[in-house]
Design a protein around this ligand. Sequence first.
Ligand code: SF4
Length: 426
Amino acid sequence: MSLLEDARNGVVTDEMRQVAVDEGVDAEFVRRGVAAGRIVIPVSPYRSVRVVGIGKGLRTKVNASIGTSSDLVDVEMEVEKAKVAQEAGADTLMELSTGGDFYEIRKRVVGVTDLSVGSVPLYQAFIEAIRRYGAAVHMRVDDLFRITEEQAKLGTNFMAIHTGINRITVERLMKQGRFGGLCSRGGAFMTAWMIHNEMENPLYSEFDYLLEILKEHEVTLSMGNGMRAGAVHDATDRAQIQELIINSELSDRAYDYGVQVIVEGPGHVPLDEIKANVILEKRLSGERPFYMLGPLVTDIAPGYDHIVAAIGASISSACGADFICYVTPSEHLALPNPEEVREGVIAARIAAHVGDMVKNGRREDDLLMGRARRDLDWKKQYELAIEPEYAEELRCERTPSNSETCTMCGEYCSLKIVKENFNFKR
Ligand code: SF4
């Protein structure tokens, strides 16, 4: 019996209870959300994790993606990045290695975290095809499903799977063209494979078999956005919407079969189109959890894309996105290092919080911080800060002449003047 089936049968599981405690909501609320497909709780029979609920009525969750590339295979660095991501407050981790020994890297990463871990089996399938048969277009369908099952048995909680790319999607893409191509590696690989082999995407044509594997190993299906545009000028185009329609239809089949499902969204979207993207996904999929990759709201700020994505993520979260993927400062430029992973997670957490202030009305911490600032209560301010040590470090490294204030205004601290002359207590 899967978690989704338990929820449908009225059973409140330990995982649902834990999510309810973490979120400050009723366990029955979580059960009903899971039963309706509005909330997912990625679990695995192979690994116990810090459970996390993703979906309507819950806090927006942040994913950090790590993993080697073909150019940089440093397993110790990836292990360090996994630890840093968890310490910085990521809710989930995606292990997306495309270089080195996949099995070894995943085992090491999964071994140092108790976060829910996601993967993209398609990456491994295509790269193994390159190594064994000389080209990604020679990938064998059996290998793809074998790798999916192997990754599930390693304790993978959710998988991004590019189900929505079919011949119609590709036709739409080819007809219209793109300014910025495709920025989904899985999407690019699969589209090339389909064109070369003149075959349907097996993840679409053999979707029922895929569901069998996912259900047997209790993996949450994250329906990949393979048509993800790599430029804001291509946002919300026909190919992207075609894929969303197909994924939405398939998400009904996954749900009916008892597999928890998330729908993934785009990564480059101008500010004024974000709301439409969220509404479309929620409307077409029947309110399945929406996983947005930021989005990045401009393409002109390489080196600062964690900020660009945080702007987009705060809007997408406020509009109803449930799950956002972080972006690091090295996006589009290099494989991130641990410090950049930390910066990416913090930026995404700020965005998620900003979104939750609107979406869920979660403003208690802001109220407390406002009071702590008014009262010059530095200890409380550090406690409430998104990164307490950093906040304390910044103030203390530039020692103020008056222990009540900081060096920004020094003796002309407006809050001190207020504190000494007015009574603003609320
Ligand atoms: S010195 Fe200025 S910045 Fe610092 S606490 Fe006072 S008012 Fe705020």
